[in-house]
Design a protein around this ligand. Structure first.
Ligand SMILES: C[S@@+](CC[C@H](N)C(=O)[O-])C[C@H]1O[C@@H](n2cnc3c(N)ncnc32)[C@H](O)[C@@H]1O
Length: 277
């Protein structure tokens, strides 16, 4: 993606897939990539990302903290909770510590199904499919708002009679209240065997006065609007599940490794990991 596009869209081909990429409007995966310091973003993404950053000091560090939480949660699930099946929805553009890399480092037989609805992630699917020899990975071009279709597709790779970890990191804020985010999570968790897990991180509405303006600026520019949520609102996603210690916390404070970044003000996304009884 080195060249600046001159038209409003690109056609990208990878691994036999063709994806239409609209470069004229900022997209969540590419804005997030920019905040993380990645290269898979275009002028519209960078402009939107900078406008939001200006209203929300510490955002870059909070995004890095989210990504670090993803790695620690996946490592906990594979190394400590005995999970070897993962359903990662809202995968994002590959970055450091993709779920299958972390999981297969701890449990080589891990099977990982990635799901995203952005064509730019589809174009990168080959990097996500580079599984270790004992495990397996699958990429599904799918939408969280159609959980039944995701479950049908994922059954190619996952054994739903055995526990699965559902990973929903940095995606539920892209689902509006009117789209039924709590019902979607419940439908997915209902399909999973007892002993399954939910790992969830959600950007916060209640960590500072800049958040409302940051959300307004994001929604002014980015193709999918965001709905930041408070800790109480995020807690509702875990209804009926048993949160593992330390519970629902700022993600940078969830079982941190020495040297992990603490964002300014000591706040980040709300997140946690919970077990289905
Ligand atoms: C902020 S990124 C998070 C990436 C990664 N999970 C992480 O935490 O580092 C959100 C991702 O969710 C995807 N996404 C947004 N809405 C979606 C939907 N309705 N269905 C599937 N993917 C979606 C975006 O395309 C993007 O790649």
């Amino acid at each position: 993606m080195a060249e600046e596009p001159t038209e409003g869209s690109l056609t990208a081909v990878d691994g036999g897939w063709i994806a239409r990429i609209d470069t004229s409007v900022a997209h969540p995966a590419r804005v997030y990539d920019y905040w993380l310091g990645g290269k898979d973003n275009f002028a519209a993404d960078r402009e939107a990302a900078e406008r939001v950053l200006a209203a929300s000091p510490g955002l870059r560090e909070r995004v890095r903290a989210n990504r670090a939480f993803l790695a620690r949660a996946a490592r906990f699930l594979a190394a400590e909770a005995g999970i070897w099946q993962f359903l990662d929805i809202g995968t994002g553009i590959p970055a450091a510590n993709n779920t299958h890399e972390v999981a297969q480092a701890a449990a080589p037989r891990s099977r990982v199904v990635y799901v995203d609805n952005d064509p730019i992630v589809l174009v990168h699917a080959r990097a996500l499919l580079a599984s270790g020899p004992q495990g397996a990975t699958q990429y599904v071009d799918g939408d969280l708002r159609d959980p039944a279709a995701i479950l049908r597709a994922a059954a190619e790779t996952l054994d739903f009679t055995q526990p699965v970890a559902l990973m929903l990191l940095g995606i539920l804020h892209l689902i509006q209240d009117s789209e039924g985010p709590y019902e979607i999570v419940a439908e997915l968790m209902d399909a999973l065997a007892p002993g399954s897990y939910l790992a969830l991180a959600h950007p916060a509405s209640d960590i500072g006065p800049g958040q409302a303006e940051a959300q307004r600026r994001y929604n002014e520019r980015v193709s999918t609007p965001q709905r930041l949520r408070s800790q109480d609102e995020v807690a509702r996603f875990f209804a009926g599940l048993d949160l593992v210690p330390p519970g629902l916390v700022y993600v940078h404070a969830w079982r941190p490794d020495p040297g992990d970044v603490v964002p300014p003000g000591g706040v980040s996304s709300h997140g946690g990991v919970a077990r289905k009884p």
